[in-house]
Design a protein around this ligand. Structure first.
Ligand SMILES: Nc1ncnc2c1ncn2[C@@H]1O[C@H](COP(=O)(O)OP(=O)(O)OP(=O)(O)O)[C@@H](O)[C@H]1O
Length: 228
């Protein structure tokens, strides 16, 4: 059987903010690979470089040094236009603050990335994702008519319908109470188990990390532990 390529790979990925005496090395030559179909947590103290790593891997920020790939596409060195295409075609995002469009209902929010990409929605896949995420009865609700946990489920559905190579989640449970957190983690876990989705999540929450297959720990911009 062919071995699936890693979903994400980083080679000596480095980010230095500022220059001279006031420069800060937020990420210090991090090399790692994230396997396809795995749910990985990135943990570490405040300021350890978690968000920086996530942003570089997702092509939201430029590395100072080193290289990274999503699937077999190298994202370091791409110009803005190509990066936008890679993000659209290969990367899903889930943010702490949900980032739904308030004037659109759940269905419209879920389908928005496809509309923007000019892709024809795959009705069967949409129905499957919406039903797996327990959103079938909520599709006509606007974000303000949904609980935090439900809004985050909509955000996960919005990422999943695009069938991205990887979903990056930045503290997806950070704004939720413990019941809603467990609910959203369950949904991400199901995406991994049922669809082989690759998910990478930055979290401060040890119980969130327990839902994951792998925990990568950062300190001072370096990987200090990597446990499966
Ligand atoms: N735009 C920036 N300019 C200068 N320094 C920055 C910038 N962004 C981050 N840093 C610094 O880089 C280091 C890593 O920050 P980063 O936000 O990646 O850490 P984090 O682990 O995500 O922290 P937190 O858990 O608090 O979100 C910190 O020392 C931070 O102050």
């Amino acid at each position: 059987m062919p071995i699936a390529p890693p979903a994400v790979r980083a080679e000596s990925l480095t980010k230095v903010y500022g220059s001279g005496e006031t420069s800060v090395t937020a990420l210090d030559a991090v090399s790692t690979q994230l396997e396809s179909g795995e749910f990985t947590a990135i943990m570490g103290p405040s300021g350890s470089g978690k968000s920086t790593l996530l942003h570089l891997l997702a092509g939201l920020d430029q590395a100072s040094y080193g290289r990274s790939w999503v699937g077999d596409v190298e994202i370091t060195g791409l110009d803005d236009k190509r990066l936008t295409k890679v993000r659209r075609d290969h990367i899903g995002f889930v943010f702490q603050s949900f980032n739904l469009v308030p004037t659109l209902n759940a269905r419209e929010n879920i389908l928005l990335p496809q509309r923007l990409a000019g892709r024809r929605p795959d009705q069967e896949w949409f129905d499957e994702v919406v039903s797996t995420l327990g959103l079938t009865e909520r599709l006509t609700h606007r974000p303000s008519e949904l609980s935090g946990g439900q809004q985050q489920r909509v955000a996960v559905a919005r990422a999943l319908v695009m069938r991205p190579t990887v979903i990056f989640a930045d503290e997806p449970t950070g704004a939720l109470d413990s019941a809603a957190s467990a609910d959203v983690l369950g949904v991400l876990r199901r995406a991994v188990d049922m669809y082989g989705q690759t998910v990478v999540m930055v979290t401060h929450d040890a119980s969130a990390a327990r839902a994951c297959d792998r925990v990568v720990r950062l300190a001072d911009g370096r990987i200090v532990a990597d446990e499966r």
